[in-house]
Write a protein that binds this ligand. Structure first.
Ligand SMILES: CSCC[C@H](NC(C)=O)C(=O)O
Ligand SMILES: [Zn+2]
Ligand SMILES: [Zn+2]
Length: 406
């Protein structure tokens, strides 16, 4: 990392914030084998450069989270947390216009890379906002914690889910955390105060085996088909409910059959078959009622049909952060001052915030990305340099407002 003054420019006459962002994008924290060690090494140097104390918290022997602290003058007050995940989703390199890990900057300032939106900019914007505030001689009243998490993209089990159980998390005394949102193709920022729970449902049907030229009764396939049909009918009804009532995706249950399993040969009726579904359940839907429906459909299908949820997905209380109180009002004030419309809703997918909210810490998901197509998990993910820098300014104002001056 080349040296720079606290508010300096990099050797390439590029703002230092952009240079650090592009360096971070080049670290291959991509699943299935994210280079977390590379990211930790980068963040250690970065924290040193901006003079922030850093803690590296092992979650497993190969996966460590990173926490930077900007100490406030009144540590007794609940702190502000700024979180981002270090990992990114895989790429299909052939579909990309540029190497997804080169962080190429196009002549118009677009920076193309996996993670350019989801969600490496926020991690760097937090630190750069601190750099600017420090340079300006400003310091916070509340502690500000900058958190870099692991494995968000694969469910957060070896990440935020474990971290919220630690003594360190309790000691941080977080009053509110800001996390990721979704870019807005139009003007203004999307902001999320809750999210749907992922239910990764596995339905397994078993039945008699035999020669496939016969009408074998109650075969695994026949039974599984019953459950699949019921689930897909339910999918249709939820899609209709969304369209008829003009609801957001975050307000209805979505369901996709994503994996089919079982069978060995065309002419052998198998003993067991499975179907896996990605289901997203809004906080407004009763978990008991939905589990009850799945149970009924499996029972109707016949003996030997069961269901389970994968990993840490399935019915849970994710919590909703209230759009009231000092934290929310602070965010609204910043947006107003910056003439930035805010569009609150329920996040359709899953983020680390669900673990924070269910631990009693309000969390708001907002990526300061406007007038940019949403390319989360898509190829040719990019962010314009100017939009990135606008995000740094957003966090400067957010920190001043939410962490208070001393
Ligand atoms: C089950 S957790 C996986 C996390 C992932 N998050 C996002 C934002 O894509 C998802 O919702 O699929
Ligand atoms: Zn993300
Ligand atoms: Zn993602």
């Amino acid at each position: 990392m080349p040296s720079s003054d606290l508010n300096g420019t990099s050797p390439a006459a590029e703002p230092i914030a952009v240079t650090r962002y592009r360096e971070y994008l080049r670290i291959k924290t991509v699943h299935p084998e994210p280079d977390y060690e590379g990211a930790v090494q980068f963040l250690r140097k970065y924290a040193d450069e901006v003079q922030l104390p850093i803690d590296v918290i092992p979650i497993t022997p190969k996966k460590s989270m990173v926490i930077m602290k900007w100490e406030g003058s009144d540590s007794s007050k609940p702190a502000l947390g700024l979180t981002s995940h270090m990992d990114v989703v895989p790429v299909f390199p052939a579909l990309w216009s540029h190497d997804p890990f080169a962080a190429t900057k196009l002549p118009n300032g677009d920076i193309v890379a996996r993670g350019a939106q989801d969600m490496k900019p926020l991690g760097v914007q937090y630190v750069e906002a601190i750099r600017r505030l420090k340079t300006a001689g400003w310091s916070p009243k509340r502690n500000v914690w900058v958190i870099f998490t692991t494995d968000e993209e694969i469910g957060s089990l070896d990440g935020m889910a474990k971290f919220v159980q630690t003594e360190k998390f309790r000691e941080m005394n977080l009053g509110c955390v800001l996390d990721e949102g979704i870019p807005n193709p139009n003007e203004g920022y999307n902001v999320y105060y809750g999210e749907r729970a992922p239910w990764w449902l596995i339905v397994t049907a078993t039945g008699p085996v035999g020669h496939a030229s016969q009408f074998i009764p109650d075969s695994a396939g026949v039974k599984l088909n019953h459950v699949i049909s019921k689930l897909l009918e339910f999918r249709k009804s939820e899609e209709k409910r969304m369209k008829t009532n003009k609801l957001g995706l975050g307000e209805v249950v979505s369901l996709n059959w994503t994996i089919a399993g079982g069978g060995v040969q065309f002419n052998v009726v198998p003993a067991s078959m499975t179907a896996k579904f990605d289901i997203r359940v809004p906080p407004t839907v009763s978990n008991e009622e939905l589990v009850g429906r799945i149970r009924t459909w499996c029972k109707e299908a016949g003996d030997g049909v069961s269901f389970a949820f994968d990993g840490i997905t399935g019915p849970r209380e994710n919590g909703l952060s209230k759009m009231e109180g000092e934290w929310w009002e602070g965010i609204e004030r910043v947006a107003k001052r910056r003439n930035m419309p805010l569009y609150p809703s329920i996040f359709p997918a899953a983020t680390d915030s669900r673990f924070l909210r269910s631990s009693g810490v309000p969390s708001f998901g907002l990526s300061p990305i406007q007038k940019t197509p949403n390319l989360l998990h898509d190829h040719n993910e990019y962010l314009n340099e100017a939009t990135f820098l606008e995000g740094v300014e957003w966090y400067v104002d957010v920190m001043k407002e939410l962490a208070g001056s001393s």
